[in-house]
Write a protein that binds this ligand. Structure first.
Ligand code: ADP
Ligand code: MG
Length: 485
């Protein structure tokens, strides 16, 4: 069959349209198409799955009928290819019929643009979603909007309690058992990103609904604003207000979003007062305490601090281990203790990232049917671990090495040449080269203004010695591990 007859009418039409040339990161027509496809995928697979697997895709070049999508690691690429490859093909073809193939590739270093086309709105600066407010059906729309489905995974049972969150947990439990108790209304939960605020709120909601007879409205402050604006546009603010004021429990997540949104704040303030006065329960979360939420109207801030304010602290190593153990057990995949410890050491930022890393490991183990080891972990999580790598400083290296060989820190930059001093100094230079991104001249300067050739010599000398002398090699490796952990 001649190639021309293979072309569908659709592709012929689209081929005639100019396709904006793209660099990685994309622009114009293709970037728009990709943004729509990414959004579509997000709706299809859900937020969590999207964030775990698809969010890091970056639009690459297009050549003839093939679009290239880039992923940071081989593993991610393979996973996306097997799990979503066909769907991506179809969606691309629907968007731009001239595109008939999607090629998934691992991006080379430096290929990653600052902001992927499909980047999620960041927590601090959410991108407004389009407000759809059809005038017809608006009342029923609103009812269904307010009944935001709770994530069934976020329950009290699946919440791992430890020192940093036990108080917040206890307060949440209390509110779920006895809403509107004096002293617990409003319940204000605050803490950094990914520490379990949303989880606890959903848990409260799930518990209350399980017991029945109670109406719960949960939404992010952002949603609250969109609903409110939509209500204004469709002239249904009365319904909006009535609805909100009829619930038994109102939960507003990520209240910090209302900072600077004066009208919405005002509306929330009135809703808040109406509900509290009617003996209904309010639960609010934010990234800071009421007193630190500057930019929030004073009277609202005061009222928010009037009930119970509970802080979720950053995780501790122990809590991270418990969370990992619980999640690993729930998954049914065996994850060795060493791997859990490694993850708990490396990923300290928040539970969401910790969970994401573990999920990826588990999926990898399931996909390839291979047991999880420390090595495979480092491989599979290469990109995540890199992002969490602690930056070791030359000063730290000098200190550790000096301690290890019991020499004075000042000898790292002194002119003394005695072997007992010179050798550790060379090791420190070697480690500085291995563990930091400093150049040879920069390293030289930190070691008493030595020349870069001295550093070069130290590096090759240490390498040589490590090959010949097993005990010495072990010493250096030990130091490296200590500095890296
Ligand atoms: P936040 O709303 O504070 O940003 P989330 O509640 O969304 O954080 O939590 C992020 C992820 O971490 C969720 O998947 C949640 O289930 C999980 N998580 C957080 N804290 C815990 C915990 N103590 N036990 C179990 N899972 C947790
Ligand atoms: Mg949250």
């Amino acid at each position: 069959m001649p190639p021309s007859s293979e072309m569908s009418a659709g592709s012929a039409r689209a081929a005639a349209e100019p396709i904006a040339p793209v660099s990685s990161g994309g622009n114009g027509l293709l970037a728009d198409a990709w943004a729509r496809i990414a959004e579509r995928m997000r709706t299809e697979v859900g937020d969590v799955e999207y964030r775990t697997w698809l969010q890091q895709i970056v639009l690459g070049p297009v050549e003839e009928d093939e679009v290239t999508l880039l992923l940071p690691t081989r593993f991610l690429r393979d996973w996306v290819r097997t799990q979503y490859g066909d769907r991506l093909n179809t969606l691309w073809n629907q968007e731009i019929p001239a595109i008939r193939r999607v090629e998934l590739q691992v991006m080379r270093p430096g290929e990653r643009p600052a902001a992927p086309v499909n980047a999620e709105p960041s927590e601090s600066a959410p991108v407004p979603e389009p407000v759809a407010a059809p005038v017809s059906d608006r009342a029923s729309d609103m009812r269904s909007d307010l009944a935001v489905p709770l994530d069934p995974r976020f329950t009290f049972d699946t919440f791992v309690v430890g020192k940093p969150n036990e108080f917040a947990y206890a307060c949440a439990r209390r509110v779920a058992e006895k809403p509107s108790s004096v002293g617990f209304n409003p319940l204000f939960l605050y803490g950094g990103v990914g520490l379990g605020k949303t989880h606890l709120m959903h848990a409260i909601g799930a518990e209350l609904m399980r017991n029945g007879g109670i109406s719960v409205a949960y939404m992010s402050a952002e949603k609250f604003m969109y609903r409110f604006i939509a209500a204004i546009r469709s002239q249904s603010t009365v319904e909006f207000k009535d609805h909100l004021r009829s619930v038994d429990v109102l939960m507003i997540d990520d209240l910090q979003f209302l900072i600077g949104k004066d009208n919405t704040q005002e509306e929330f303030f009135h809703t808040f007062n109406a509900l509290v006065d009617a003996g209904r329960q309010i639960v609010v979360s934010a990234d800071k305490s009421p007193s630190d939420l500057s930019g929030l109207e004073d009277r609202l801030r005061t009222r928010l601090g009037c009930g119970m304010v509970a802080d979720i602290h950053a995780t501790t190593f122990e809590l991270r281990i418990s969370i990992l153990e619980a999640k690993a057990t729930a998954s049914g995949v065996h994850v060795p203790g060493k791997v859990l410890e490694f993850l708990a050491h490396k990923i300290t930022s928040n539970v969401r990232e910790l969970e994401g890393a573990l999920n990826r490991l588990i999926a990898h183990a399931n996909l390839f049917g291979r047991p999880i080891t420390l090595e495979s972990t480092q491989d599979v999580l290469h990109d995540i671990l890199k992002a969490h790598d602690r930056r070791v400083t030359i000063e730290e290296i000098q200190r550790k090495v000096a301690e290890h060989w019991n020499i004075r820190l000042t000898d790292m930059s002194s002119a003394r040449r005695a072997r007992a001093v010179a050798r550790p100094r060379q090791v420190a230079m070697y480690l500085a080269k291995q563990l930091t991104s400093r150049s040879l001249p920069e390293i030289g300067r930190k070691f008493g203004n030595r020349d870069h050739t001295t550093v070069m010599h130290a590096v090759s000398r240490v390498q040589e010695l490590m090959e010949r002398d097993g005990a010495f090699a072990e010493d250096v490796e030990l130091l490296r591990r200590m500095l890296e952990s």
